[in-house]
Design a protein around this ligand. Structure first.
Ligand code: ADP
Ligand code: MG
Length: 727
């Protein structure tokens, strides 16, 4: 057997569960490495503590106060054994970034002190010229700076104090995921508070919440490292499916294997210390696929937690000789991974605005936010689709796996009925008194109805699940900030418009507030019907139906991303102050460019594996067969065919597949060369998408056929059954 695969298999067999013992109760560990509220009260002056609290509502922190905060933070961090500090941020590469500086600072006479002041806390200038900027920062003007985000608490990871920051160019444009997210959250807060005032004057703040569910594959690291495609692209580019896959459904919610369990417990302990409130863990559908979900949190913090989690997972996995695959489709033929984003809006008075209340009035508030969200998704479905577009997510969306590339909203039978009733009750002219009673009748029934509204439609990309919406199309590898920025922005925009329309009816038609709300909602229900879909999202019938309804079906990333720079998207973000036109365009360019690079790398790796690993192996096996046939001929002379018939067929079949692979790789290389010569990045992406990528399938097909023909002893690549079923 080839050395690499053989050694990897041997090593993987020796990888036993790493003994893991919990030394503390989870509740004692929780947040122990976070500069959280309790710690702040202990380590900060009253004024400094109040300043941080107020920063959450947008207040600025002055330099002297920042010095005080830094002093308290330093004292705490040193007491926890930290030696370094870093500004921790989320550049558009998708990974988190950090540059560690020691607290240590030499002073006179050969002495040294530990130093960390307001200046270092508030702002830093990492040399940022190699982060993607979409042309915002010319490389000769490489300055970008990171600025402290006081709304997300600092934490210690290892021996480093990490300060969450935004990352912006010298001229103020956002170069990260967090900046626009914070602005979108601000926008939805403002817009939602204004609408809440119709129902409750005491509401002063609305927080968007996010509860993500992270799916991932856990692969033995020796095996993962033996596959060049997994190492370089995060997924397998070839490999015949295993005789047993997920068809028995025996993995989903099954017993978690011992090795994976040791990893999870270790991981959860780390999460506890970092204040990531992980709660559930279970096996997913595919073999060696798992899911981890925390209790939901304020969206900015939840996004930080998810980015941090992905880092922590990588590091903990190393200790357990695992590699975590975050890719949306690491293996053909078994389920891919997503990251459901559960989203809602909650007030500072403790009300979940997407949870129906006990009284008709609170239900009217629920309906207001419910219908406005549907309308927002309806109006900006293409932008929402763009927010989850990536080369890797293309393998799930629109590739006959949950969910489709068509955005639609699932609300369940019961709420469908409520919306229908509402539409017909308020039909005709506005607001005769008896009709108000009828209307309240309709909304009065909602809570009872929802109690048994348990039907779930797993094929819907955006589903209402009782007290929140679940955006299921988000990819497992993605930074949630991107979809969260879009979702909160479109809802902010929609709520602002809603408020204007209702106010207009109240002012100009002297309509009662409730009637005005009802009337605007009724119009919205009518206008956004096209986005509501309760059926099977995977079916061909839905594709046809969606087309009739005028919904987009952008199956590929280059197609989908265009919505980012549509007039309506640019002005949406501009009007809300989330991003200016330059920032929108830069982001678009970065994402298109990233698409090109991903496919380019995959093409190169595939070409290499196919030509340099698969074909030579096939030739070697073919030579063995040829020798065999020659031997048979020597023995049986003219009669040899009687005995060599199958071997001869095999020899021919192998030649056929080798020929197909070689011409496929040549063709792909040519197309890549042509695509590379294109300057315009949008056209280049189109070429990679339409000319290069489709050739992967054919090369793979023939290689996978060879895998079935060639002697297992000779096959160089670790096989699917080994990757997916090693425990
Ligand atoms: P499941 O969808 O797996 O059946 P749940 O419906 O209980 O489970 O919740 C799924 C996820 O939704 C959990 O991660 C939870 O934290 C999150 N979630 C629950 N309520 C909210 C909310 N108001 N806002 C955001 N996320 C929420
Ligand atoms: Mg879910």
């Amino acid at each position: 057997m080839p050395v690499l695969r053989f050694n990897a298999l041997k090593e993987s067999l020796n990888n036993k569960p790493v003994p893991f013992k919990e030394s503390h109760r989870r509740s004692e560990l929780f947040g122990s490495n976070v500069f959280n509220d309790a710690v702040m009260q202990q380590h900060l002056t009253k004024a400094a503590y109040t300043a941080i609290k107020e920063a959450k509502n947008g207040a600025k922190i002055d330099r002297i106060t920042a010095d005080h905060i830094a002093a308290g933070m330093k004292e705490w961090a040193l007491s926890k054994g930290a030696t370094h500090y870093t500004h921790w941020f989320q550049p558009l590469t998708g990974a988190t970034a950090e540059k560690h500086d020691a607290f240590f600072e030499p002073v006179q006479n050969g002495l040294a002190i530990e130093k960390f002041e307001g200046g270092q806390l508030v702002q830093q200038e990492p040399d940022a010229s190699s982060f993607p900027s979409g042309g915002i920062r010319n490389t000769f003007e490489a300055r970008g700076y990171t600025a402290w985000d006081p709304t997300s608490p600092a934490f210690i990871y290892g021996t480093t104090l990490c300060v969450p920051t935004v990352f912006v160019s010298y001229t103020g444009e956002a170069l990260d995921y967090k900046t626009p997210l914070l602005k979108a959250l601000q926008a939805v807060d403002t817009a939602a508070v204004a609408v809440c005032k119709y129902f409750d004057k005491n509401v002063r703040k609305v927080n968007a919440s996010l509860g993500w569910e992270q799916e991932y594959f856990l692969i033995d690291s020796a095996l993962a490292n033996s596959r060049p495609d997994i190492m370089l692209t995060g997924r397998t580019l070839l490999g015949h499916s295993s005789a047993k896959g997920q068809q028995l459904d025996d993995h989903y919610f099954g017993t978690i294997p011992n090795r994976a369990m040791a990893f999870m417990r270790d991981l959860e302990t780390e999460c506890m210390k970092l204040g990531i409130p992980v709660k559930t863990r279970h096996n997913e559908v595919a073999p060696n696929q798992f899911e981890l979900a925390p209790i939901y949190d304020e969206a900015n913090l939840a996004v930080d937690h998810n980015s941090l989690l992905m880092d922590v997972m990588d590091k903990v996995a190393e200790r357990h000789n695992f590699k975590v695959l975050f890719h949306e489709k690491p293996f053909a033929g078994v389920n891919g991974s997503g990251k459901h984003n559960n989203w809602s809006l909650g007030t500072d008075t403790g009300v979940n605005l997407l949870s129906p209340g006990k009284t008709p009035m609170s239900n009217l508030q629920f309906l207001t936010f419910f219908v406005n969200t549907i309308k927002a998704v309806h109006d900006y479905e293409e932008l929402l689709r763009a927010s989850i577009a990536s080369a890797s997510n293309d393998h799930r969306l629109g590739a006959n796996e949950a969910p489709p590339a068509i955005m639609s909203v699932f609300i369940g039978d019961q709420l469908t009925k409520v919306l229908e009733d509402l539409e017909s009750v308020t039909k005709g002219k506005l607001s005769p008194q008896e009709k108000t009673d009828l209307k309240l009748n309709v909304v009065g029934k909602i809570p009872e109805i929802l109690l048994d509204n348990t039907d779930r439609n797993r094929t819907s990309p955006f589903a209402f699940t009782g007290n929140k919406f679940e955006f299921r199309a988000v990819g497992s590898k993605a930074n949630c900030a991107n979809p969260m920025t879009v979702l909160n922005s479109i809802v902010a925009k929609q709520l602002t418009e809603f408020k204007q329309e209702v106010d207009k009816l109240i002012d100009s038609k002297s309509m009662k507030k409730d009637d005005a709300v009802f009337n605007v909602l009724r119009e919205y229900i009518k206008q956004s019907k096209a986005i509501l879909f309760e059926g099977n999202g995977y079916s061909e019938a839905w594709e046809k139906e969606a087309k009739k309804r005028g919904l987009s079906n952008n199956k590929t990333t280059p197609e989908a991303l265009k919505a980012r720079v549509s007039k309506s998207a640019i002005s949406l973000f501009e009007d809300l102050g989330v991003m200016n036109a330059v920032e929108s365009k830069a982001r678009y360019e970065i994402e298109v460019e990233e698409y090109v690079l991903r496919i380019q790398i995959e093409g190169r790796v595939l070409g290499d594996i196919a030509r340099n690993h698969v074909v030579p192996t096939a030739v070697r096996y073919q030579n063995i067969l040829i020798d065999n046939v020659k031997g048979l001929k020597a023995i049986y002379d003219k009669d040899y065919k009687k005995f060599a018939n199958e071997q001869l067929k095999l020899i021919e079949a192998i030649s056929y597949h080798i020929e197909a692979i070689n011409s496929g790789v040549t063709l792909m290389t040519d197309e890549r060369r042509k695509a590379n010569a294109i300057d315009d990045v949008e056209k280049k992406a189109k070429a990679y998408c339409e000319k290069v990528k489709p050739l992967f399938d054919d090369i793979r097909y023939h290689s996978d056929k060879l895998e079935l023909l060639v002697d297992d002893e000779l096959w160089p690549l670790t096989k699917y059954r080994e990757l997916l079923f090693t425990r």
